[in-house]
Ligand binder design. Sequence first.
Ligand code: KIV
Length: 261
Amino acid sequence: MPISAHEFVEMKGQRPIPMLTAYTCPVARAVEQAGIPIILVGDTVGMVEMGFDSTRDVTIEHMEYHVGAVRRGAPNTHIIGDLPYRTDRNPDIALESAHRLLRAGADSIKLEGAKLDVIAALVAQDIPVVGHTGLTPQTAKSFAKVGRTHSEAQRIKEESRAIQDAGAFMLVLEHIPYELATDITAELRIPTIGIGAGPDCDGQVLVINDALGLGDYWPPFSKQYAHLSQSILDVARDFSREVTSGEFPNNIIPFVNSGQR
Ligand code: KIV
């Protein structure tokens, strides 16, 4: 059974929460097998998997497709479905969008910014909501760190409180000064999940493609635990060379697995 929103709130201060994004079934399966308790199907899918320049190109149909794939791979993991750009522009549209992602397999819904009326409307319908403040890519003009000035830091603090008070059970803090994330984490009752927000958040999230080294750009705060782009390049080159030389499929070693192909 996926861990509930309520149980995540109880984890605050008890143990750090590891979260990864996932967009496909096999990746979600591996993430679940690793014991990660919560997966974010983020609209980052638009940039890291679909080749768009911005998350603003992602649609609710794209998100339904990816939430469904992740649910099939990770039936026992809490899945957050991210509301794409403008599908949360008012409470009615957000409710309709959220229900589509819940039907596709999400356990909770994330949305960017202090859209307090939207958060309250979803929570009133018993939909668990994850907030997101700091750098909010759907509306940001750049990917630079935010919250460096006193007034910006104050705004992010106030937004964090307001998002909690509107009923969110968790808050993503993206690319803000570490001390600001430390203060917000200490003040809130709900867990904060940091990405580029320092070590004191209640949990950490990474975009899976960044962690896998799958792509051609990595944000400064990500960590590459593997180098999959290089592995794919190596495999494609080896395959090309072997087909050209006639080595493959003549050198194939019979391989037995449980699949049907
Ligand atoms: O869409 C996403 O993957 C996100 C993370 C960067 C937190 O919002």
